[in-house]
Structure formats: C-alpha cells, structure tokens
Design a protein around this ligand. Structure first.
Ligand code: KIV
Ligand code: ZN
Length: 528
C-alpha cells in the first residue's frame, strides 16, 4: 500500500487567486479545518512576503499540532530566515524553497544563467538544511525546463540537503503522458528517490484543465507528495483541486495499481469546501466535480427513475462519502446558544466563546425575521463576523434617499478603528466619520460616501453581484463586490436581509482589504 502525502496550499497558492485575501483569523480557521480533514502538510504562506503573511504563518504554526506546517521561501537567505522565524514554534515545521529553472524564467524573470541558478540552489538548500530537518525544493516551471538541466538542478538540491523534491507544472502546460516521462526519468537517473532518501512530489496548475489527470499520472510515475488546493483555488485557472484527487484515488482504488491511499477523511470534504468558498468569496461552480451543488443532483426523468431503483445507476460515490448530509435539526428563533455553538463547530469553524457570543446575537437578530435558518445562512453570518475582525472601518449608520424623480443621496457613518477618541463618557472609542454623496442609485451613492471616508478615489468597481442565499422573500441577501486598485483586485462580501445594507457591507469589506494591503510594508520583489 502506498500512502500519498497530501500537501494543501490553499493558504499560499490558493491565496494567489485574484481578489482573494485571507485575514489571520480566516487562515487559522481554514488551517484547523485542513488538519481535521487529515491533510498531511499545510503550506501556510510566504513569510517574507509581508508582515501579515509572516504573522499568519506564525499563528498557524502555533495552532496546528498534527499536520506539518510549511512556509515558502525563494532561494535567498532573508526568505529562509523569515520562514525559520515564522515556523519557530511549529510542532512539525518544513521549509519549501524554490527557484525557476526554465530558460524562459531564468532569462526573462531572474536575469541569470543556469550556472548562477545552480549556485543559488546549492547555497540556499544547504542553508535551509542547516535550519530545518525537512527541506522541500521546487524547480519552478519544471515542465518547461530543459530535461538535462532539470536533472542537474534536482541533483544539486539533493546533494545539499533537500529531503523532498517538488516538480511543479507552474503554467499548467504538461500532459499526463509527458509528465509521467519527466518524473520517470528523474527516478531513473537519480537513485535517491528509489532508495527512499528523498520524496518525489508534484504541484500542478489547471490552465488546460489537466491538473487532476497530471497528478494521477504523477502518482503512477512514483510521486508520493501531491500539492492541491481546496476547490482548486489558485493563480489563473487555479491549482489541482484537492477533492478531485482524493476522491479519484478513493473511488478508483482499483485503477491505481498496487493500492494507493491518502489519509484524508473524505467525509470532511464538503464542510471544508464550503468554508473555503465562504471565506475566499469565490463560489463553487454548480457543475464542479465532487463539491458542486449539482454533483449529486439528477435532473432527467430517466436518471431520477434509475437512482430511485438503485443509486449506483448514476452515482459513482455516495453523498455521505464526502460528508454531504442533510442536518436533521433545524435551527430557528427558539434555538439556544448551545445548539447554535454545536452547529458552528460541526460546520468546521473553531470559534472561541467571544466569537460564538457575537455570532449568536446576529443569528437571533436574523431568526426574528426568518423562520428557518439554514447552514448556508449560518455560514454567511460566520464569514461576515470573521471579515469584520480584520477591518479598519465598521458600518455605524446609513441613510439613503432615492426615488424616480430625485438623485439618490447617501449619508454614511463609519467607525474608524485606527483613529481612537475619548467619548462623552470618557471611554476610548473609534472615531465616527460621516460623509454624504450623490450617486446613480442608492447603492452607488452609498459606495461613493464610503469612498470619500476611506480616501479611495482611485478605486474602480469591477463587479457587483447580489444573490439570495436561500429561498423565500425573507432570504438573506449576499452581495459580492470586486474592486481594483492598480493591478490588485479585492473581493468583499456582505450579508443582510436588506440588500442595500448587504451591498454596503460588501463594499466596506473590500475597502478594508484594500486599506490593509495599502498599509502593508512588503519588501521589494516578493512576487512569485
Ligand atoms: O506553481 C509553482 O511553481 C509554485 C511554486 C512556488 C512551487 O507555486
Ligand atoms: Zn503554484
């Protein structure tokens, strides 16, 4: 039986999805969920990228006990030192260093030749190995790297102390057959893999929609470490989705040679997918394999008839295998704090007592207006609370005037947590800032007023969507807003039974992320 090490990089590569920025408490919740799902390695971030990233990796490293916690570093001493600092208290730390090895990256991105790349690999792998027992080396853009040079780069990393070699298909370019050949050749010419001294790993992107197929092919070629993200989040078309690989291995055990298995508790997949969709603001497409809402829905009469006779006619796995079960206890306005807290924990959130108090109050407020509160409603309440912990500005009040004969006008007051003043009662409190602004409609006017308060003149609204989370006229409305500043994109989400309020909260959430990014003092050249 071969056990595949699953490395989840939702918190690092997944966060490179355009518009996605996880706050520290969000990262902690996702990390603990991944640990509960049985992920072997959690790549928690890129500590040298910013103070926020460093702190997030440090906090995840402190909280996670069973999974290995990994930090990413370029082949530079300062990046490696940042990883060592952030992972100092991890129960099982690992460093992941990388450098590009393809000529196109060496020439046009790094402006160095192959000899210099080898020198940097040797020097920095050795340095990383002096600080960490587990050193993973990635040859970025490996699948477009000259095959002989790839062997040299990988051998150099192994000679200098790498214990895991990762072969990324950085631009999602390879095919299953080609990838099989690349990996087989490495195994053939570098004995350390088959001698069990070094683990062979892969990291696939999905630009041609081949990431899962390439991962399966890599496993057939002897890869024992596979990197994925939940829901396939990641740069461009994303990374290989964790749920697809894990379920392909579970359902098609028969097709995978001598029994390949993972340590993933598959019944935790649905809760994890929903948590990540909610915290990232990137919804899962309905026809997404394994976790899409249609994955177990049968529309045609012939299919429905077949499933009623025997589910296996049209289902290759049971909904329960991925934890898709209906909750039998419905929560509503009569539910107590205990039942609410239980449901929150079942749904995979690790809220402390303060978090439960705050979200329970919001739950009660909504339950007064809505007969039944579904899990989707609760998820929206929890996500909104987690978002609010990160933000500089909080909504205090708003008033909108609009109609078919007058121009819409909004008056918005925000509390600025970074500017504290002494209140009438002598208590220190956030300064309240009020602005009025006109707009094309009520939402536009409110966004303009918020923009004035936050000094967000150069912000462009890229998209604005509103949808009902559940059915019925009392449904919670969820607004998703994307704003851009220069080349950066920020996604905000807001939830309310009032769609104007949901829109204001979503815009404010995006503005808070933009404001945080603006304040960050990132060292130069941290782009991957
Ligand atoms: O896609 C890639 O090459 C990466 C590396 C940093 C491993 O994400
Ligand atoms: Zn990647």
């Amino acid at each position: 039986m071969t056990k595949i090490e699953i490395c989840d990089t939702t918190l690092r590569d997944g966060e490179q999805t355009p518009g996605v920025h996880f706050g520290i408490s969000q990262k902690l919740d996702i990390a603990l969920r991944l640990e509960a799902m049985g992920v072997d390695v959690i790549e928690a971030g890129f500590p040298a990228a910013s103070e926020g990233d460093f702190e997030a990796v440090r906090r995840v490293a402190g909280a996670v006990k069973n999974s290995v916690v990994c930090g990413l570093a370029r082949c530079t001493k300062s990046d490696i030192d940042a990883c060592a600092g952030a992972l100092a208290h991890a129960a099982h730390p690992r460093i992941h260093i990388f450098i590009a090895t393809s000529d196109i990256h060496l020439e046009h991105k790094l402006h160095i030749d192959r000899a210099e790349a080898l020198r940097r690999i040797a020097e920095n792998t050795a340095y990383a190995a002096s600080l960490f027992e587990e050193v993973q080396f990635s040859a970025e853009d490996a699948t477009r790297t000259d095959r002989d040079f790839l062997v040299k780069a990988v051998s150099c990393a192994i000679e200098n102390g790498a214990t895991i070699i990762n072969i990324p298909d950085t631009v999602g370019y390879t095919t299953p057959e080609e990838f099989f050949a690349i990996l087989s050749r490495l195994r053939h010419v570098i004995p350390a893999f088959d001698e069990g001294r070094v683990m062979l790993g892969v990291h696939c992107h999905n630009d041609l929609g081949l990431a899962t197929a390439n991962n399966l092919s890599a496993i057939s070629a002897g890869a024992a470490h596979v990197e994925c993200t939940v829901n396939g989040l990641g740069e461009r078309a994303g990374n290989a989705p964790l749920e697809e690989l894990v379920m392909a291995l579970a359902v098609r055990r028969d097709a995978m040679g001598d029994g390949v298995q993972t340590g993933i508790r598959t019944w935790e997949i649905t809760a994890t997918s929903r948590l990540v969709a909610s915290l990232s603001g990137v919804p899962v497409s309905p026809n997404k394999a394994i976790v899409g809402t249609n994955a177990f829905t049968h529309a045609s009469g012939i299919h429905q008839h077949g499933v009623m006779q025997n589910r296996q006619t049209y289902e290759i796995m049971a909904p329960e295998d991925i934890g898709l079960t209906a909750n039998t206890i419905q929560l509503g306005k009569l539910s107590g704090r205990h039942a609410f807290a239980d449901r929150v924990r079942q749904m995979g959130y690790s809220f402390g007592e303060d978090g439960i108090d705050a979200t329970f109050a919001r739950f009660k407020e909504i339950a007064d207006r809505k007969a039944v509160i579904t899990d989707d409603d609760i998820r929206a309440i929890l996500s909104e609370y987690l978002d609010s912990l990160e933000g500089r500005y909080r909504l205090s009040t708003f008033q909108i005037q609009s109609g078919n004969h007058i121009k819409a006008m909004a008056l918005v007051t925000l509390a600025d947590n970074l500017s504290l003043v002494s209140g009438e009662d002598g208590q220190i409190q956030p300064r309240q800032i009020t602005e009025a602004a006109p707009g094309e409609g009520p939402v536009d006017a409110a966004f303009n007023a918020i923009g004035r308060i936050a000094g967000a003149e150069n912000i462009e609204l890229k998209s604005y969507e509103i949808r009902a989370i559940t059915e019925g006229t009392d449904a919670l409305g969820e607004a998703i807003v994307k704003i851009s500043a220069g080349t950066s994109l920020f996604t905000g989400r807001g939830v309310s039974t009032d769609i104007i309020k949901a829109s204001i909260k979503a815009y404010l959430n995006a503005i808070n992320k933009w404001d945080k990014a603006r304040e960050r003092t990132a060292p130069a050249q941290t782009e991957l």
